[in-house]
Design a protein around this ligand. Structure first.
Ligand SMILES: [Zn+2]
Length: 203
């Protein structure tokens, strides 16, 4: 007979909710933040070649987990009930509490950057980063999430990272200050895939 100790149980729960020791990365599942069910899920093939960085602009930065949960619920409601999308647009959002919140997840087509929705992971850094930089804790979580995605086979090791404004004209997303910051990140590229932009399937 196997005896499960309280310590085991805590460990198992930790694994279940996605806490990984190697990255200090906590992914909050949709169930945990009280998401509505998506209307429809379009499967997306992995690994994807792109990572697209966004800011939320609205809602503003969240600093506690309850504020971040509220921000997630607000965005999902806005995307589904105002825009009429199938689900929250982003694949993930990262809060000022240092947690990554699951949106569409790793393997569903998103709604965050036309022409890239079916071949990228769209990550929203919750807050308005026009003049300020997000806290280090929040940025570290974005790096950990991307690295975890690469090691788990969801993102190609040679992925290309862009800010939203590079792949869609008319948006200042992810904010001037954050956009300057991501220019120094691994895999950032100024070269936008113009050919695929013209011929890519709009999702
Ligand atoms: Zn954006």
């Amino acid at each position: 007979m196997q005896i499960i100790t309280a310590g085991d149980l805590v460990y198992r729960l930790a694994v279940f909710v996605g806490i990984t020791s190697s990255y200090d990365l906590q992914i909050v599942s949709k169930e945990e933040w009280g998401a509505m069910k998506p209307v429809e899920i379009d499967p997306m093939p992995n690994p994807v070649p792109y990572v697209i960085i966004h800011h939320s602009y609205i809602p503003p930065a969240c600093n506690t987990s309850s504020e971040c949960v509220e921000a997630m619920q607000w965005m999902q409601d806005f995307h589904m009930n105002t825009h009429g999308w199938n689900d929250i647009g982003y694949h993930f959002a990262v809060g000022g509490d240092g947690k990554a919140y699951e949106g569409r997840g790793w393997s569903a087509v998103g709604a965050h950057a036309p022409l890239y929705n079916n071949r990228s992971i769209g990550i929203c850094i919750i807050g308005d980063w026009t003049t300020e930089l997000p806290p280090i804790k929040q940025l570290n979580t974005v790096h950990n999430l991307i690295n975890f995605g690469v090691e788990s086979g969801y993102i190609r090791p040679e992925y290309i990272l862009h800010g939203h404004r590079q792949v869609r004209s008319g948006t200042e997303c992810p904010g001037d200050r954050l956009f300057e910051e991501i220019k120094s990140w691994p895999h950032f590229s100024n070269e936008v895939d113009v050919v695929s932009n013209k011929t890519g399937k709009k999702a």
